[in-house]
Design a binder for this molecule. Structure first.
Ligand code: GTP
Ligand code: MG
Length: 446
């Protein structure tokens, strides 16, 4: 995420390394580079100007006291400015005191609206809400089916009227349906267009006037950069947005949209999409994103991801098994699946401070887990429960069955062995249960 910006900011800030004071001179040079870094990342020119000015003002006149080095001081100032530019505090979703809460989702074609609706529904359900998805994109032929399929995938209802060519009526009817079936959050997916066009704007405006949404979220493809922000402004003028959703942050985004949107539109980013899967949604925390931009990692998000995927009861059972030395390949397989649900391995590792940079030129085989899975699945139930019986001939059979080599199988069994021992030690050490689970696959070589 934002690798380029990260790299350039780091270079600019490096100027202060080894220096003992902050002077007009070193600030001037560094500010030039920061300015260039931001403009290269496609940050809006006014936002860039303000950013640089604010940092300069705060940095000049700062006394370097005690053990604090100029570099640390300036990194802190830039970090704080990034946090402010990104919105300061996290801006949470607002719920209506008279359910259902209506969330209207709008944006340009292909920005990720439909995917976001499903992601949001899934995450709200996890928090105990009862969402209803509403298919109001009557223009693209397959749009309704796409939402229905996503609904099926996450096990949530989708309200649609495939034969009705009136998005406004569908939206109004969905509210009646929601009340009748006690759905407390209604998420309305609307049609997208290639550019802002009047017919579409009128349609979505009319939906908005009729359903009076609590939240109107504009879904914005972060890959498009600040152009997307200009569109967001046009939508805001028409719909009074309450928040922005930045999607495709997992791609090669330069950061322009993220850093410009608040100042241009005046509305906060509430969520970011970090992948195609329905789990790839994160609440937007300015502080954490700022840390990521500065290569400081984002441990908090990592821990939250782990916590949301690990089931307390399962973890307890697992702990017992580990204590009794009964941890099997089947348990291991379950753990792998949980980790896979958390997202791409590179993204996860990148949240550990310093790792993003360390991994820069390292290729991570995202499919490494699949290979491990294939090997385990080629074992018989007995072998999975009691790895000790896996002798030479069994190993070559497993290798053949999984399309891998005997060395791969040997390595996995060895790693499994080492890991079981390591886990036993950790359990004895009494660390938090969640972190034990989380550490396990770390033993798997990637
Ligand atoms: N990498 C990545 N892809 C995403 C993300 N969100 C959506 N996509 C992909 O972007 C494409 C478009 O997503 P949709 O959800 O259909 O977008 P939409 O805005 O509903 O599109 P229209 O209804 O045609 O206007 C799909 O291939 C999604 O899988 C994301 O956060 N990251
Ligand atoms: Mg759609």
């Amino acid at each position: 995420m934002f690798e380029n910006l990260q790299e350039k900011l780091e270079l600019a800030l490096k100027r202060f390394r080894g220096q003992t004071t902050i002077s007009e001179e070193n600030i001037s040079e560094a500010m030039k580079e920061i300015r260039r870094a931001l403009l290269d990342a496609d940050v809006n020119i006014n936002v860039t100007k303000k950013f640089v000015e604010d940092v300069r003002e705060k940095a000049i006149g700062q006394e370097v006291k005690g053990k604090v080095m100029p570099e640390q001081l300036i990194v802190k100032i830039v970090h704080d400015e990034l946090v402010a530019t990104l919105g300061g505090k996290q801006s949470e979703l607002v719920f209506s005191s008279h359910p259902p809460t209506v969330i209207l989702v709008a944006g340009l074609q292909g920005s990720g609206k439909t995917t976001f609706c499903a992601k949001l529904a899934k995450s709200l359900r996890k928090k105990g809400r009862q969402p209803l998805l509403v298919a109001c994109d009557i223009h693209r032929p397959a749009a309704i089916d796409q939402l229905k399929l996503l609904g099926q995938q996450i096990g949530l209802p989708v309200y649609a009227q495939p034969d009705l060519k009136d998005a406004v009526k569908i939206a109004i009817d969905s509210l009646t349906y929601a009340k009748k079936f006690a759905r407390d959050v209604v998420i309305i997916d609307t049609a997208g267009r290639l550019t802002i066009d009047e017919v579409m704007m009128e349609e979505v405006k009319s939906i908005s006037q009729n359903v009076k949404p609590t939240e109107t979220l504009f879904v914005c493809d972060a890959m498009i950069g600040q152009d997307a922000v200009t569109t967001a402004k046009a939508f805001h003028d028409m719909l009074s947005l309450t928040g922005i959703v930045l999607t495709k942050l997992d791609g090669d985004t330069r950061g322009g949209a993220a850093l410009s949107v608040l100042s241009v539109v005046g509305k906060p980013i509430k969520f970011v999409g970090t992948g195609e899967k329905v789990d790839a949604l994160e609440p937007f925390h300015p502080e954490r994103i700022a840390s990521r931009i500065l290569g400081m990692g984002d441990i908090l998000t990592l821990v939250e991801k782990a916590e949301s995927e690990f089931d307390e009861k399962q973890a307890k059972e697992l702990e017992e098994k580990i204590k009794k030395n009964q941890f099997t390949f089947d348990d291991f397989l379950d753990q792998l699946k949980t980790i896979k649900k958390m997202g791409s391995i590179r993204d996860l590792l990148g949240m550990i401070p310093g790792m993003d940079k360390a991994l820069k030129n390292v290729t991570i085989d995202e499919k490494a887990f699949n290979k491990v899975e294939a090997v385990i699945l080629s074992m018989t139930k007995e072998e999975r429960n009691n790895p000790k019986i896996i002798n030479g001939s069994r190993r070559s059979r497993i290798a053949k069955g999984s399309g891998s080599t005997v060395q791969d199988v040997n390595r996995l069994i060895k790693q499994f062995d080492d890991m079981s021992k390591m886990m036993k030690n950790i359990t004895r050490g009494g660390k938090s249960r969640m972190m034990q689970n989380f550490k396990m696959p770390g033993g798997m070589g990637f």
